[in-house]
Every structure is written in C-alpha cells, then in structure tokens.
Design a protein around this ligand. Structure first.
Ligand code: FDA
Length: 399
C-alpha cells in the first residue's frame, strides 16, 4: 500500500511563541493580510502576561525611553520604541474597554485582571485571521529555497518568514526554554551570555544570618551599583533581599561587584541625626534609629554596627561616621535566586546581527527575532512588555 502524503501547510508567516511579542507580531501581520500561524508549546498563550504585575499586568510604562533598557547596543531599541509607543498600546487597551490606572512612576496596570490583556490580544489575532496552535512543539526547522520548513507535533508547515518569539529563560515552570537561543545559533547568530535579571539577591553566612529573622521587613532605600542607582522599597526575605530597588539594581550587578545601600534616601543622614539629637538629646541612638527605620531593623543595626548611647553623647564627627555608614551600607550578596524567580533574562540574540527597524536577521533573510529572546532588557515597571509590543509590531509590519 502506498503511504498517503498530506501536502505541508503553507503560510506567509510562522511565529514561534504565543507570548507578548509573538501575539503582537501575529496580529499586526494578520491585519496586513498575511496568513499567520502561531505555534505555542504550552497549553495556552500568554502565561507570563497572566502572572505579570501580581495578576494585574503592568502592561506598559508611559515614560518609556531607550534609557530604560539594557543592551549591548543601547541605540538598537530606539527605532521600534519610537514607532510603537505606550500610547499606541493604551489606545488598544481603551478600545477594548479595559480599565487601567497608573500606580507610580508611569507604570500602567489593569484595574481588574491581566486576563483582559491576553483576551484582548487573542481577540485581535482572531479578527486578523491569525491561526494559533497551542500544545504544538517544534521538532525541527530547516531553511529551504523559498523560506523555512518547520516540523511540528501537529504536522509540517512552510512559510517564507519565520519569527522567533520564544522569550527568555526566566520561570522555566511557565514554559520558558532556551529554544530561541539554540535556533539563533543554528542559523549562525551570536548569542550574548544570558543571566537572570530583575531578580532577588541572596546572602550567605553571617550576612544572611543577620537578616534572616527580619524576613518581611520592608524599607525605602537607594541601591547603588556600577554607577546606577534605584530608589524604592527593599524587602528582606528568608534568603536575602528583594523589592523593587533590589530587583532593578540586580540587572546591573554581577557576582563580586560592589553594591551599597543608602538606608536614609530621604535626606542628608548627618543633618537628620543632628536634628534628632537636638530634639531628643536624652534618647538612645537605638531609639532614634527606631524612629527612622522599622523597629526590628533599627535594633539589628545597633546589634551589628553601632554602639547605642544617648544622642547627646555623640559629637558631630561621630554622627558623621554613623551617617556615612547609613548612606553607604555595603550589601555583600552571594548571588541571585536565578531564573526560577527572575522576571527577565539579560543578554540574548546579539542586536548587531538584526535590523533595528524590522528585527530581521542580517544573516538569514526571512528570519526575525523579537521580544525577550533579543539582547534588549527593560527595567522593572512595564518596560519589558513595551519592548515586546514594539519589537512585535516592528516585525509584524515587515514580514
Ligand atoms: P514570553 O515569555 O511572553 O512568550 C514566549 C512564549 O513562547 C511563551 O508563551 C512560551 O511558552 C513560548 N515558547 C517557548 N519556547 C517555545 C517553543 N520551543 N515552541 C513553542 N513555543 C515556545 N514585564 C512587564 O513589562 N510588566 C510586568 O508586570 C511584568 N511582570 C512579570 C512577572 C513575572 C513573574 C515574570 C516572569 C515576568 C514579568 N515581566 C513583566 C516580563 C515579561 O513577562 C516578559 O518580558 C515578556 O513576557 C516577554 O515577552 P516575549 O513574548 O518575548 O516572551
């Protein structure tokens, strides 16, 4: 008996990865009349969108500029970000009747649920005629004369354009894989070393022991590392430190780098202490610090750093020493919590080998890389989604 052969399905564009960037790219290409197929290996699209922003998706940042991104080429992201701005995404959100609010620092969140963002993108894709296959795994990808042949668990697909939107390595339990990086290497692309970003820092030995029982205590600080600084809350955890200021600085920190905290970012620590001394000269340093910091944290500062005595007994030079220590507190981190809890992956497909206006490979015509798989990583605060939307839009407009 001769085996039956079904002709491979053809499309104009195959998008691998139905996350933020992939869905945006598929929608834009579909609206341009392209026949688009999205291949998603998880059982549903947009899982990271669903879990983002504590379930409310910080879907963009109204103040997005190229300065909010880390990349081997800081100029690369400019073109895509300029052509698809936060306002463009906000217009779509409003068109879908999704209520949202600004939390702080330009961060926009859904009032209700991140499910609304996923539904919006899926509805947009459906209207644009995009076909999405979930629970579909890629077995192999080959370059053929007129494009790409993709063998999947649901059959063979061919298209002249292939978009890689498989994201980074963070949260492997959500379906993150190194697939995009492997594919990039398969096609001769350079992949810059990857590491976890926007990630809690761990402490070890005495540094951890000193803080471990304060787990849950939060305080405003400014974290400084490698010429960068971020002011926001720090949260003490069982394993080390987290909170927005720490997550932000983690993207600029490498093992061994000096990292210090200004524990009194609200002003000049010497002036603050001097004022406390003149207001309550009989109060112990311990009590004074207890008014400036959460009580348990102040107690610990005195246990490990300062000898407590009445404020009037400290002369100016002594207060200056305490102030300097409070504003230059060294944080000796032993590492990060890694991809298990990181929000993003730093590094990735080298932007030097991609077109900044279309995201197309300079090596392989028809091949595109978008979103987190590319060496463009945003700060905390909605910037990573804005990059996913903007790079997805750039490729979707070009394929
Ligand atoms: P994304 O990860 O969204 O999508 C990739 C898709 O490809 C996934 O659906 C995956 O299953 C699929 N895939 C992977 N390998 C595949 C394969 N071999 N075959 C088929 N499919 C494959 N950012 C922000 O701006 N605001 C926020 O509030 C948050 N919050 C947040 C919380 C948490 C817990 C995390 C982990 C991350 C965030 N982020 C964020 C970051 C943001 O989620 C991230 O930058 C974007 O989702 C990246 O979009 P991509 O489309 O590139 O990857």
């Amino acid at each position: 008996m001769t085996p039956t052969r079904t002709a491979p399905a053809t499309a104009d564009v195959i998008v691998i990865g139905g996350g933020a960037a992939g869905l945006m790219c598929a929608r834009v290409a579909g609206l341009r009349g392209r026949r688009v197929r999205v291949i998603e290996h998880a059982n549903r699209c947009g899982k990271k969108i669903l879990m983002s922003g504590g379930g409310r998706c910080n879907f963009t940042n109204s103040g997005t500029t190229a300065a909010n991104f880390i990349s081997g080429n800081p100029h690369f992201c400019k073109s895509a970000l300029a052509r698809y701005t936060p306002q463009h995404f906000i217009e779509m959100v409003e068109r879908h009747g999704i209520a949202y609010h600004e939390k702080e620092l330009g961060q926009l969140f859904c009032d209700d649920s991140s499910k609304q963002i996923v539904k919006m993108l899926l509805d947009e894709c459906a209207d644009a005629g995009v076909r999405i296959d979930t629970q579909c795994s890629v077995e192999s990808i080959e370059r053929i004369d007129d494009g790409f042949r993709v063998r999947t668990t649901l059959g063979e697909l061919r298209a002249p354009a292939l978009v890689v939107a498989t994201g980074g390595l963070s949260i492997p339990s959500m379906g993150a894989t190194g697939f995009g990086y492997e594919l990039a290497r398969q096609f001769g692309h350079t992949v810059l070393p990857t590491r976890a970003g926007l990630v809690p820092l761990t402490l070890s030995g005495k540094h951890q022991e000193r803080l471990a029982d304060l787990s849950g205590v939060a305080l405003p600080i400014t974290a400084h590392c490698n010429g960068r600084e971020f002011s926001n809350f720090m949260l003490i955890t069982h394993r080390g430190v987290s909170g927005p200021s720490i997550l932000q600085i983690s993207s600029y920190w490498n093992l061994g780098d000096a990292l210090h905290l200004d524990l009194l970012p609200q002003g000049d620590a010497f002036e603050i202490l001097k004022e406390q001394r003149s207001r309550r000269p009989a109060a112990e340093l311990r009590t004074t610090l207890g008014e400036l910091f959460p009580k348990r944290f102040a107690e610990r500062l005195c246990d490990i750093g300062f000898t407590s005595r009445p404020m009037r007994q400290f002369n100016d030079p002594e207060l200056r020493v305490i102030a300097a220590q409070l504003q230059q507190w060294p944080l000796i981190a032993s590492g990060t919590e890694g991809y298990r809890t990181a929000e993003v992956t730093l590094g990735g497909v080298d932007t030097d080998e991609l077109s900044s206006s279309t995201m197309q490979s300079k090596r392989v015509p028809g091949l595109y890389f978008i979103g987190e798989v590319v060496d463009v990583t945003g700060w905390l605060g909605g910037y990573n989604f804005q990059w996913a939307w903007a790079s997805g839009h750039a490729a979707g407009s070009a394929v």
